[in-house]
Design a protein around this ligand. Structure first.
Ligand code: ZN
Length: 247
């Protein structure tokens, strides 16, 4: 059920025409990663920053519209998902106020998450965005980005009909692959991540790129332990997600 919410207008000049003619079929969530909400609002609306998003959600739940959904906002940067590299042209971006890992990462208040859910449901009702394309910035740019991070309550969003999620498999000791490992198992698992959408090239090595993808995956889907090590729980959680898509 879409709930009622108000949207405040605060326009950013940082946008352009969407390119490529594809549908708007990704919803991308961020944290602001700045010391204050007011600072983030100013920055996203300053022509010198060249960055923006469609929406900005304060910790008290206030929602600001910065860029019309029809326009291409500048929030994803260099990114890739399921082979698509112009994520900005295909997505709607929501910036969620939080100081982030650099300035004191903290839990997202309930009022803020309620607002994000209400806004997301509204967006999902107007665009052909499947659940598995509601993504974290870190999913599409794992080597550069950590946002919105492991405190973002993806399971809670999923309970309300936003995004793709399965209960993560419990973290236990067991066989694991980590940085430097090589062989056909590594190649097979890289392929599984790529199947899900992550931008990960073919290789037999567990390299820095793969460690970044595993870390991004854990932040989103197995937040209890974010260490970039491909343990049994991470693999099982990935397989469960893929299985729900294959049905
Ligand atoms: Zn971001």
């Amino acid at each position: 059920m879409a709930r009622q919410f108000d949207v405040l207008e605060h326009r950013s000049p940082n946008h352009g025409p969407r390119q490529g003619g594809g549908p708007i079929d990704i919803l991308l969530l961020h944290y602001t990663g700045m010391q204050s909400a007011e600072g983030a609002l100013k920055w996203l609306c300053d022509s010198r920053s060249r960055v923006s998003s469609h929406y900005l959600v304060f910790e008290d739940g206030r929602i600001f519209r910065l860029v019309d959904e029809a326009r291409r906002a500048h929030h994803a940067g260099v990114s890739v998902w399921a082979g698509e590299t112009d994520i900005n042209s295909r997505s709607i971006g929501i910036e969620v106020v939080n100081p982030g890992h650099e300035f004191g990462y903290r839990p997202f208040p309930e009022a803020q998450i309620d607002a994000v859910i209400g806004l997301s449901l509204d967006i999902l009702g107007r665009h052909p965005i499947p659940p598995e394309r509601v993504l974290a910035h870190s999913d599409v740019a794992p080597l550069r980005k950590q946002d919105p991070g492991e405190l973002f309550p993806w399971g809670c969003l999923h309970d309300q009909g936003v995004g793709h999620y399965v209960p993560p498999a419990p973290v236990r000791d067991g066989l694991s692959l980590s940085r430097g490992a090589r062989g056909p198992d590594v190649a097979r698992l890289r392929n599984r991540f790529r199947q899900y959408g992550y931008g990960l090239g073919d290789a037999y090595e567990f390299d820095a790129e793969m460690a970044a993808v595993v870390t991004a995956f854990q932040r989103h889907f197995r937040p209890e332990l974010v260490d970039g090590v491909l343990d049994r729980s991470t693999e099982v959680t990935l397989n469960r997600l893929l299985a729900t898509l294959e049905k």
